[in-house]
Design a protein around this ligand. Structure first.
Ligand SMILES: [Mg+2]
Length: 133
């Protein structure tokens, strides 16, 4: 079902690579034979603090990634290593209120993300007010 119940608390989908994880030191050609290669990622500046704030506000935090399904456990291990709070990890895109993704047209600057999250014009907010989801 492509709908979520209305409410003040949001389901926030957060991409991993390039959004919370700086993957510049990862050799992606090696990941299939050695998934631990993914542990070389470092948190992107501002990401951890921002995700903690969103989590503290009571939003549901779901990380998602287009890494292959076998990378699920190592992705979880990386998020836990750096202390990212979350409720779930999905290895594909799913229905959420908001998506934070470095490949979105509007990019991913964590300062800007947090400003946008507090605006009444947050994408989806107006639609939800009108009863659409
Ligand atoms: Mg990405």
């Amino acid at each position: 079902m492509n709908a979520l119940p209305l409410g003040k608390k949001l389901t926030i989908a957060i991409d991993v690579d390039g959004t919370v994880a700086d993957c510049s030191q990862i050799d992606f050609k090696r990941v299939d034979s050695n998934p631990r290669e993914l542990m070389k990622a470092m948190p992107i500046k501002g990401a951890l603090e921002a995700v903690k704030r969103l989590h503290k506000k009571g939003h549901t935090i779901v990380f998602y990634s287009s890494r292959n399904y076998k990378s699920n456990k190592i992705t979880e291990a990386w998020l836990r290593k750096y202390g990212f709070p979350f409720h779930h990890i999905e290895m594909e895109k799913f229905v959420a209120h908001v998506y934070i993704d470095d490949r979105a047209i509007n990019g991913c600057d964590w300062n800007r993300v947090m400003k946008e999250m507090s605006k009444p014009s947050l994408p989806g907010k107006l639609a939800r007010k009108k009863g659409m989801v």
